[in-house]
Design a binder for this molecule. Structure first.
Ligand SMILES: C[S@@+](CC[C@H](N)C(=O)[O-])C[C@H]1O[C@@H](n2cnc3c(N)ncnc32)[C@H](O)[C@@H]1O
Length: 317
């Protein structure tokens, strides 16, 4: 068991190689692929490619039949380069993120508020991405996919039609609002984010800004999806305070994020990722309550979207 734990990174690294070389896209629709042909097509040494495939078979990513291989049903999403799974492995295993892990012990010992990512790259995560467009666009697309997955259930459990002006704070490409707008029309929608190029849309205002400094006023719903976990308590409170300052007394903040509970090993592992990349953290409901109170807000309601995501509705205290 210990050896398995120590060497488990090899699984992610092998999947990354399978995706990053472009090999995975040949495996669409359950296609069985001849390894010899694939190695000729890509100019990859046949024996090395066979050994990679053998390992991917061992870990359940590929299945084999007569010298041909296919993706297992469970891993079929890897054939689509735009699937959430492909985007996440391209992002998490990219040298940009992967190198941060080597600085994790140092960041634990120094404990000066700098994330392992910042120690590795000399700049915090989001500033680093300003000059690294490719990895930023992979990150944005991966985040957009997380909206695709929850939006239907979100629209079932939350009535967005009660609001007229909705701002998605740190809303990236605006995918969440695009999806909400398909169901709830005739509202004013805007996204605040730090943009190097501001997206243009007929239906959504994109606002370039820094939520650590200012959140625009004039909205009755402020959505923060997957935002608070990127930040330390101090900065999370600052962002919520900036929302509070922007809000009229009747306005609402809607947090859409993971909420930690003792059963969720997935969120506990994401918690470490947040620490390594951002000095951020996943939080229990009690911790969200604390942050909200510090910012002059109070929890009005909470609901689960699925086993990972929940919504926490905040109003002015
Ligand atoms: C984890 S992503 C979440 C994106 C989106 N809300 C979602 O869930 O798909 C965090 C977002 O916060 C944005 N962001 C980071 N720092 C920011 C700042 N200081 N001001 C405004 N936006 C910021 C990033 O550019 C990114 O789009």
């Amino acid at each position: 068991m210990l050896v398995d734990l120590i060497t488990s990174y090899r699984k992610s690294a092998a999947i990354y190689a399978f995706i990053d070389t472009g090999l995975s896209v040949h495996f669409k629709n359950g296609a069985y692929i001849n390894i010899d042909e694939l190695s000729r097509q890509y100019g990859i040494d046949n024996s090395r490619l066979s050994r990679l495939c053998d390992y991917l078979i061992t870990i359940g990513v590929l299945i084999s039949n007569n010298n041909k291989v296919a993706l297992s049903d469970e891993c079929s999403a890897l054939a689509d380069p735009e699937s959430m799974e492909s985007l996440f492995i391209k992002w998490e295993l990219s040298p940009d993120c992967w190198n941060a892990w080597s600085m994790y012990p140092k960041s634990l010992i120094k404990n000066d508020g700098k994330s392992a990512f910042e120690i590795a790259h000399g700049r915090p995560f989001f500033e680093y991405f300003d000059n690294n467009k490719l990895i930023k666009s992979i990150f944005d697309s991966a985040m957009s996919k997380t909206s695709d997955i929850i939006v239907e259930k979100l629209l079932d459990i939350y009535d967005f039609s009660q609001y007229n002006r909705i701002l998605d704070v740190g809303g990236g490409e605006g995918n969440l609002l695009i999806k909400i707008r398909e169901k709830v029309k005739e509202k004013h929608y805007a996204v605040l984010d730090r943009y190097t190029e501001i997206p243009v849309s007929e239906n959504i205002d994109f606002i370039n800004g820094d939520f650590l400094k200012l959140v625009p006023s004039g909205y009755d719903l402020y959505i923060l999806k997957n935002i608070i976990h990127d930040w330390s308590d101090k900065n999370a409170i600052l962002i919520l305070e900036n929302c509070r300052k922007a809000m009229d007394n009747g306005a609402t903040v809607l947090l859409i994020n993971y909420t930690k509970n003792s059963q969720s090993s997935m969120i506990i592992s994401l918690d470490i990722l947040m620490d390594v990349l951002f000095s951020g953290k996943e939080r229990f409901l009690k911790e969200f309550e604390y942050l909200a109170n510090q910012a002059g807000l109070t929890i009005k309601d909470t609901k689960n979207i699925n086993e990972l995501y929940s919504i926490i509705e905040l109003s002015v205290k």
